[in-house]
Design a protein around this ligand. Structure first.
Ligand code: FE
Length: 207
């Protein structure tokens, strides 16, 4: 599975350049007394340990094994998050109004923020670089089948593709299909199969 969007158009040194800009900004904010030396580390560790795709994976795995929970997750994603006892703040920080779209044999869902980079942080973490790429955002709306095939997702022509504009109002994400041959797996084992890409709709889950 590609970790980067294949049509990506940024320079190869983009991460280094971005890191240098962030470091310069951080130093300036510390110098001006706006933040402390710990602030950025605290935020980063929050996204490493509390909010990330491991939360989305737990929710999807539970939905796969518990149809009633799945129904509640589809009806009210934020309420379902609260059921699983996720950390305080799951319904804040870019996750105030989350909704999940269910993949079926007939319908495949993909998320994009057509405007900028809105993303369900509590369930998927921070968006990958390519998610913000204007080329990806334009192309996935205009020619989703082509873009999906570039990601390695080949869908039958009979499968309808739905593109969800994840925005500041509603943060969409995707409930992937449970792969065949996973009937005897535990919830933890199922959660381990899930990737952020699958929960964005640019990958499928392999058993
Ligand atoms: Fe956005």
């Amino acid at each position: 599975m590609p970790s980067n969007y294949p049509g990506f158009e940024y320079d190869a040194d983009r991460e280094t350049v971005s890191a240098a800009k962030v470091k310069a900004l951080e130093s300036l904010l510390i110098e001006k007394g706006v933040i402390t030396g710990q602030t950025v580390d605290t935020v980063l560790s929050h996204f490493e340990s509390k909010m990330g795709p491991f939360n989305g994976a737990k929710l999807v795995a539970r939905a796969w094994v518990d149809p009633d929970f799945k129904a509640r997750l589809l009806a009210d994603c934020n309420a379902a998050c609260e059921e699983l006892g996720f950390p305080t703040g799951m319904s804040g920080a870019e996750g105030e109004h989350m909704r999940i779209a269910e993949n079926t044999p007939e319908v495949h869902n993909v998320i994009v923020c057509s405007l900028c980079s809105c993303y369900p942080w509590p369930t998927l973490g921070l968006p990958p670089y390519w998610f913000k790429d204007p080329t990806f955002r334009a192309r996935v709306a205009r020619e989703p089948r082509v873009v999906l095939s570039e990601f390695g997702v080949e869908l039958d022509d009979s499968v309808e593709i739905r593109i969800w504009d994840t925005s500041a109002q509603i943060r969409w994400w995707v409930l992937p299909m449970r792969p065949e041959g996973t009937e005897n797996m535990s919830e933890e084992e199922l959660a381990a199969l899930l990737t952020p890409e699958a929960m964005m709709g640019v990958a499928t889950v392999k058993g």
